[in-house]
Design a protein around this ligand. Structure first.
Ligand code: XMP
Length: 524
């Protein structure tokens, strides 16, 4: 590989992917490896730099993750962060022990700006600290290049050997000059050129795929989500009509979504490919009739997708390649780039089709983080509304309708959801126009769900007995934890009025304020 690469060795820190993203944002390609990776493998990669991440252990305990000291003799610049910094110092003969004062949070730090790592940053600024242990004495050959009130070695360097240890977390945005520190490490210390750019990735990928596929036939399951859409466009640019995309409309998509996907990828769209839309709504509603248990619904939706995909591919006949929209976090989460990536099942449900006849899998996005996939999508001409789409579960509205799924309930939830999303989007853009800033309540995921509760109401002079719609809007960074978003009452009220007036079959609107945990983001 002639592309320059910096590697992150992961010691179990919560920010491992963030570190790699920061490196890539700085223009250098970066991959994550487990601390269990053999040094010989690292030598083969021949990285321009090596970054050791944080981790939850104490490096002086016998069973804590460690690494051979050979790593520090390769002549490759190493940057240790938090646990990685302590481990480097410990292995090279410094002293690491329990700190008399634990540092956590924003901490004022003094920097030696004559160090290459800290050049062109102020002598004093705020960093993000999170540690119990600290480096009480740097290893021989190292000197302290940053200090806080409680931490005499907030950073240390051995300039001639190009080894750097940083106690704090430059990857976290609270560290004011974190970005500059990464830039200094990559460009001043590792002497990188900075050749990682999405536009050139896209160009090279198109060429690589074209050479690989030759005149072969390619099949892709298109869901309309960001990953499969970007993969589809990439393949279409590479091999045009040799690509067939199968889009299964399971009748559980958001309002108008099926038609939107068709307008982009279908015959009247901008891309050169064969597009097959399977309208399987009725088939799904039949299969789901009377099924109320969420996991069972998920299973049926996933399996039915596989069956339909198999039927369609049998019509096409043998294909050479099957495309998967695997992205880099899937690879990392399924074994840290060790063995080959676990195959991402379509929509994370169901699994890989058994009866599709293909020779090989192509995963064109498996090196990209989500934000890079979005950039690639824009680069390839996909519309912003698709590229910046909020996450949508594979089983779709199937898990947003509590209880059994019917065509009537799908209509209700689609209409209510459209009103809610439109009103929120409009309020968000008005807020931004007026103040120049994003609203503090801006949710990361928001939708309407249909509860299984019917209740008595009055409309005009008449008694009603209709469904209750639940609105859900959450703020979250990683989707593992979430808070309900404090949408102004005025907006909720407007949404309530519109839903009651415009959507038949609803006489009550609820706002779900449950955080995650204990709730989940989806209602089922
Ligand atoms: P939960 O409900 O687990 O959701 O808090 C976390 C994120 O995952 C999405 N989600 C799913 N995505 N298949 C998917 O592809 C599913 O079965 C599924 N369930 C939840 C959810 O929309 C949220 O972004």
């Amino acid at each position: 590989m002639d592309r320059e690469v910096v590697i992150v060795i992961d010691f179990g820190g919560q920010y491992n992917q963030l570190v790699a993203r920061r490196v890539r944002e700085a223009g250098v390609y970066c991959e994550i490896y487990s601390y269990k990776t053999d040094i010989e493998e690292i030598k083969k990669i021949n990285p321009k730099g090596i970054i050791l991440t944080g981790g939850p252990n104490s490096c002086y305990e016998d069973d804590s993750p460690t690494y051979t000291d050979e790593l520090f003799k390769l002549g490759i610049p190493v940057l240790g962060l938090c646990y990685g910094a302590q481990l480097m110092q410990h292995i090279l003969g410094g002293k690491v022990e329990k700190a008399p004062v634990r540092e956590y949070g924003r901490t004022t730090t003094h920097f030696d700006t004559t160090s290459k790592l800290f050049s062109d940053i102020p002598e004093e600024s705020i960093v993000w600290m999170s540690h119990f242990d600290y480096i009480s004495e740097p290893a021989p050959g190292f000197k302290s290049i940053a200090q806080t009130t409680d931490c005499p070695v907030a950073a240390a360097e051995n300039e001639s050997k190009r080894l750097y240890a940083i106690q704090f977390h430059p990857e976290v945005l609270h560290t004011e000059y974190g970005k500059d520190i990464f830039n200094n490490y990559l460009y001043n210390v590792c002497e990188c050129k900075g050749d990682w750019k999405i536009d050139s990735f896209v160009k090279t990928q198109i060429e690589t795929i074209r050479n690989k596929v030759g005149d072969g036939k390619v099949l892709l399951a298109l869901s309309g989500g960001v990953d499969s859409s970007v993969a589809a466009v990439l393949l279409s640019k590479a091999v045009g009509k040799q690509l067939t995309c199968v889009f299964v409309d399971h009748g559980l998509l958001r309002k108008n979504e099926g038609d939107e996907v068709e307008s982009i990828f279908g015959p009247s769209g901008d891309y050169d490919l064969n597009f097959i839309r399977v309208n399987a709504q009725e088939r799904y509603y039949e299969k789901l009739a009377g099924v109320t248990e969420p996991e069972k619904k998920r299973k049926i939706i996933g399996e039915e997708f596989i069956r339909i995909f198999e039927e369609e591919s049998q019509k096409i006949g043998a294909v050479d390649y099957l495309v998967q929209g695997t992205i880099y976090p899937d690879v990392v989460e399924s074994g840290l780039g060790g063995e080959s990536a676990v195959i991402k099942s379509h929509h994370n449900v169901g699994g890989l089709p058994e009866y599709v006849d293909f020779k090989e899998i192509i995963e064109p996005l498996k090196e990209l983080f989500k934000d890079e996939v979005r950039q690639a999508g824009l680069e390839l001409g996909l519309p912003g509304y698709l590229v910046f789409r909020q996450p949508f579960p594979g089983p779709g509205l199937g898990v947003r309708i509590v209880g059994d799924v019917t065509a009537e309930k799908v209509r209700i939830v689609q209409d209510a959801d459209k009103i809610f999303r439109d009103e929120v989007d409009q309020a968000l853009s008005e807020h931004k126009e007026k103040t120049g800033e994003e609203a503090s309540w801006k949710p990361n995921q928001y939708y309407a769900a249909l509860t299984n509760m019917r209740s008595v109401g009055v409309m005009g002079d008449e008694r009603t007995y209709d469904y209750a719609v639940a609105l859900r809007a959450v703020k979250t960074i990683d989707f593992m934890t979430a808070e309900s978003s404090e949408i102004p009452y005025e907006i909720l009220n407007r949404v309530m009025n519109r839903i009651i007036n415009e959507v038949d079959g609803v006489n009550r609107v609820l706002y779900d304020i449950t955080s995650k945990p204990p709730g989940t983001i989806e209602i089922e």
